[in-house]
Design a protein around this ligand. Structure first.
Ligand code: NAI
Ligand code: OAA
Length: 345
């Protein structure tokens, strides 16, 4: 379980090389479900390099123990164990978990939307969510599997059905949208991406991804603005096209997932003002029937500490947000309805 002791260096900060040799004082069990996949492997690697992690449990339907054996040779202190899909395995894997990252499921091929993954990934996520609800109901659950706008509500419905839902501990991982938004603006403006932190709100697919450039101090006009917005909203498609049928973003996603997990660990270990964007059960647009929404969130020892308001946005951004809310409502309702009608065994 989380121990309230501080580690001073971040794997992702400027002093990252030294971070790998920083002394770890903490005791945090982190689980990756889908650890042998395109995201799962580099994500597990980054978590092994993180001195805040003391125990790493790697589960997959194939190769969980193989990936674990490989990663376990890295000379950092954390213990690594791999698990296969048998009931005793997943129970041991999840018991005592502080953080569970879920990148299990199929990725897109060119021509598909994230919603096209629903039929396959909904039941994968539902079954894994059931195991989490049974074996680690108090863990922070980080859903990466797409379509995030629907798989997060599915996970919530499973936890609700088992009477253990805690909205403060369920997160859709939208970090990659902010990573991209920050990288892409730095390419347009010739700035250092490390100094950029563009707020992105909404959800995690196409028009539901709404970057708020007006809050960043940068301004773009006309085609340059439209190209930028399109690139952020459809950054995933850029990678899907470049991989040409062999998957979607994995390496950048692993970095983004590891960053989010690192932020949760920092907050759990007592660091204040840890803010990350994430898709959570949110009051911001509930009056419009949108029950989950991504925005900046202050993280604390118990997960979500404060959901930040969207703040002042431009008329153009309001137009993007209006479109986002329509799509998002549909994605959320689809996930909730499916989970309620298909509880599984
Ligand atoms: N939230 C985000 O920003 C992003 C989400 N994704 C999503 O992440 C998911 C995974 O992507 P990749 O790693 O590229 O796919 P992948 O196919 O390379 O890996 C998926 C892994 O999940 C495993 N798996 C399948 N069913 C499982 C189950 N029931 N239990 C445990 N493991 C299971 C597979 O064996 C495989 O190792 C996709 O749905 C993709 O769309 C991808 C990029 C960004
Ligand atoms: O595009 C995809 O399918 C994977 C993803 O969510 C992303 O890269 O943002």
């Amino acid at each position: 379980m989380f121990a309230a002791r501080q580690v001073t260096r971040s794997v992702f900060g400027a002093a990252s090389r030294r971070a790998f040799s920083a002394t770890a004082f903490n005791a945090s069990k982190v689980v990756v479900l889908g650890s042998a996949g395109g995201i799962g492997q580099p994500l597990s690697l980054l978590l092994k390099l993180n001195p805040r992690v003391s125990e790493l449990a790697l589960y997959d339907i194939v190769l969980g123990p193989g990936v674990a054996a490989d990663i376990s040779h890295i000379n950092t202190k954390s213990n690594v164990k791999g698990y296969t899909p048998d009931p005793a395995g997943i129970k041991e894997c999840l018991t005592g978990a502080d953080i569970v990252l879920i990148p299990a499921g199929v990725p897109r091929k060119p021509g598909m939307t994230r919603d096209d993954l629903f039929n396959t990934n909904a039941s994968i996520v539902r079954e894994l969510a059931k195991s989490c609800a049974d074996h680690c109901p108090d863990a922070n659950i980080l859903v990466i599997s797409n379509p995030v706008n629907s798989t997060v509500p599915i996970t919530a419905e499973v936890f609700k059905s088992k009477g253990v839902y805690n909205p403060k501990k369920l997160f859709g991982v939208t970090t990659l949208d902010v990573v991209r938004a920050s990288r892409f603006i730095s390419q347009v403006k010739g700035t250092d991406p490390a100094n950029e932190n563009i707020t992105v709100i909404g959800g995690h697919s196409g028009a539901t991804i709404v970057p708020l450039l007006s809050q960043s101090g940068h301004s773009l006009e006309g085609k340059e603005r439209d190209d930028y917005i399109h690139r952020v909203q459809f950054g995933g498609d850029e990678v899907v096209a470049a991989k040409d049928g062999k998957g979607s973003a994995t390496l950048s996603m692993a970095m983004a997932g590891a960053r989010f997990a690192e932020s949760l660990l920092k907050a759990a270990q007592g660091q204040k003002n840890v803010v990350e964007p994430t898709f959570v059960d949110s009051p911001l647009y509930k009056d419009q029937g949108v029950t989950y929404f991504a925005s900046n969130v202050t993280l604390g020892p118990n997960g979500v500490e404060e959901i930040h308001p969207v703040g002042k946005i431009s008329e153009f951004e309001q137009g993007l947000l209006d479109k986002c809310l329509v799509d998002l409502k549909g994605n959320i309702e689809k996930g909730e309805k499916w989970a309620q009608e298909n509880p599984g065994k």
